[in-house]
Design a protein around this ligand. Sequence first.
Ligand SMILES: Nc1ncnc2c1ncn2[C@@H]1O[C@H](COP(=O)(O)OP(=O)(O)OP(=O)(O)O)[C@@H](O)[C@H]1O
Length: 316
Amino acid sequence: MSTGTEPALRVADLHVRYGGSTAVRDVSFHIDGGEVFGLVGESGSGKSSVCAALMRLLPPGGSLRATAIEFGGRDLSRASERDMRAIRGKGIALVPQKPMTSLSPTTPVGRQLRWYLGERLDSAQTQQMLISIGLRAVLDRPGDLPSRFSGGQLQRLLIAIAALTHRPALLLADEPTTTLDATVQAQVLRLLLAVRAEVGSAMLYVTHDLAVIAQVADRIGVMYGGRLVEVAPVAELFAAPRHPYTRALIAAMPSAWIEGRPLRPIPGSAAGANRTDGCPFAPRCPHADTICQETMPTAVMAGAAMVRCHHAEVTV
Ligand SMILES: Nc1ncnc2c1ncn2[C@@H]1O[C@H](COP(=O)(O)OP(=O)(O)OP(=O)(O)O)[C@@H](O)[C@H]1O
């Protein structure tokens, strides 16, 4: 549920390149204060590149350009590295994907928590918070190394560190539960939402799993071939998806199978999805015709939603 009015983040025309190939094109979206924006798409669609670009932490060989990446009154696409160091962790905090590799393996967890929380670790409020999110074990056994805790416990610890250390205006969570067992995933997800609500941060939640994003997000952006092809509030996206790719993703969700409908895998593959001479989804789209093969669809606004499709069922 959105709680603020000012956008926490506004991204305009973001492009990301790796050497000679473009991984992300023309990506524009905003996240309101306190809002959870979900970014969903198949592997390789450019979700992680968007996330890394916002933090200006693209891997070697990666570069970005954008009309603007507005955050906290600054344009992050043009901010100095010094300014970015001040923003990372404090204004924008990342919930890492792999808890085991994000903590020092040779330093007791209590000491690592104190690095971040300092004296606040001793306050009754912080301790109550840590207990409420299932981290009593860390308070009881502060001298233990990370290897003595489960992946779920360590991920909870990292969420607490990301959210509580500086109470950031924006949390970035890129597939934060992907390395965990299914049952633990649900617990960690609930925890992430609870901590986020407590701190009041906005959040960008990145996943390939539409079922997860349905539980988490206020609005969803669907990526295909490096582009945002649809953005809509979560209820609207599921009730009346406008892009054929979104419809295919929903039809392929496990819940569609549980409800008794046949699970339909999306035909074809995303190979060649970064084409620029026509709609990237045209080779897999049941509605594709000549215009789809020859012309890139432009973004069409429909109320709070956006869609890029020549044949979207847009009802403004
Ligand atoms: N370091 C890199 N060097 C070269 N190409 C890269 C690099 N990182 C990503 N890419 C390419 O950029 C495109 C987008 O990748 P990205 O990881 O952003 O997608 P994704 O949707 O997050 O996928 P996944 O869910 O698998 O992480 C892909 O074609 C990928 O091969």
